[in-house]
Design a protein around this ligand. Structure first.
Ligand code: ZN
Ligand code: ZN
Length: 375
């Protein structure tokens, strides 16, 4: 666990802030705070805020009743001062006062976490008169996008956990059950197989499979239905899984499905094979899209090819046309082309992969063929 949250990360982030001309980073609960400190705080109306000035010491401002949780987290073993505020204190004033004393002056440019609540942003702004506020994402993206080997192993454990859920799909996905019943069982299996939360369960049966973000409905699964199952969760160390396989339930698939599934599989393989340092996300997207277009289904692939993954299920880099920032070793993202025939059915194949020094490291290894379940 300790190497997942190395104790030099605050220094690295502070240096990045300084290089970016930012006087301080302010982080409330979420992936950025967890990335920097290992503290997985619950976001509530009580302010928890990491104050990371470009000069001087960082400070974690927390409700006094949550101090023990900080101590029990990886943040407890960092050299990080913690200020517990009492119920009648103004924690925003604590942030402002610490920043001015650490810098020895009023801050001019402050970067807040991209997902900070608006009410917190506005109250912090009031406590930092004259400071220009920006987004911390521009400072942290270069750090968070490049996974350490400990992070890659955490993502691999998450990938193996979700692969085990797919391997059990015949237990859940059967003719006569509703998507909601199937989804409930899948969510339980996501927890049983090594996650602490089941973040999403997409069970798109028959025509619902043509809607890429369909979740669950009361539609009953019929014999011969094609079913898109896209599922993911978060493991105890904070890293996410996300994996899609497409099934046929209880009987042969409609003939068209076998045709386009072969195209889809070739597209997913071409896109994965394109991954290596220096290649752009635009090119990785095109590698999948070109195969699908050549197969005659281009108009039915209606989303980008993938997204980054780590402490968040969707993060940079986005594998999308127009993204020309070259891949670097350590970037982790999904490859998930799909073909969706409105009103009929759809299919998607999704794996998480990591760009390595000389190619690609797939974190999901379960088979990618269309799986026919007995029903
Ligand atoms: Zn997915
Ligand atoms: Zn995904």
């Amino acid at each position: 666990m300790s190497s997942l949250y190395p104790d030099d990360r605050l220094t690295t982030a502070r240096d990045a802030a300084r290089r970016g001309g930012v006087d301080a980073l302010l982080m409330t609960p979420g992936a950025d705070l967890r990335y920097l400190t290992g503290y997985n705080a619950h976001a509530t109306e009580r302010l928890t805020c990491l104050v990371l000035p470009a000069e001087g010491d960082p400070l974690l401002v927390v409700p006094v009743l949550e101090r023990a949780m900080v101590a029990a987290s990886p943040a407890g073993s960092l050299d990080l001062d913690v200020a517990g505020w009492e119920e009648t204190e103004d924690p925003y004033a604590v942030v402002g006062t610490h920043l001015r004393s650490a810098l020895g002056r009023a801050p001019e440019r402050v970067a807040v976490g991209n997902r900070m609540w608006a009410e917190q942003v506005l109250r912090l702004r009031d406590c930092l008169p004259g400071a220009e506020l920006g987004l911390a994402g521009s400072v942290l993206r270069d750090l968070r996008m490049i996974k350490t080997s400990a992070e890659v192993e955490a993502l691999r454990r998450a990938g193996q956990a979700i692969d085990r859920v797919h391997a059990r799909m015949g237990e859940f996905l059967r003719v006569g059950r509703t998507e909601r019943e199937v989804g409930r069982d899948i969510a339980a299996a996501i927890l049983q197989e090594g996650h602490v939360s089941a973040d999403f369960t997409i069970v798109g049966s028959g025509p619902n499979g043509a809607s890429p973000h369909h979740e669950l409905s009361d539609r009953v699964v019929h014999a011969g239905d094609v079913v898109v199952v896209d599922i993911g969760g978060t493991t105890a160390d904070g890293y996410c899984s996300d994996n899609t396989r497409t099934y046929v339930c209880g009987g042969p698939a409609p003939g068209e499905v076998a045709d386009y599934y072969a195209v889809l599989l070739a597209a997913q393989q071409a896109s994965t094979a394109a991954v290596r340092p220096g290649v752009t996300p635009h090119e990785v997207d095109a590698a999948a899209r070109d195969v699908i277009t050549a197969g005659g289904y281009g108009e039915f692939f209606i989303h980008r090819t993938g997204h980054g993954i780590g402490l968040e299920g969707h993060e940079e880099p986005y594998i999308v046309a127009g993204n020309s920032e070259p891949l670097r070793p350590g970037m982790a993202f999904s490859i998930e082309p799909g073909i969706y025939l409105p009103g009929r059915n759809g299919a998607r194949i999704e794996d998480i992969v990591v760009c390595t020094a000389d190619g690609v490291d797939p974190l999901n290894v379960i088979g990618r063929d269309l799986v026919v379940l007995p029903g």
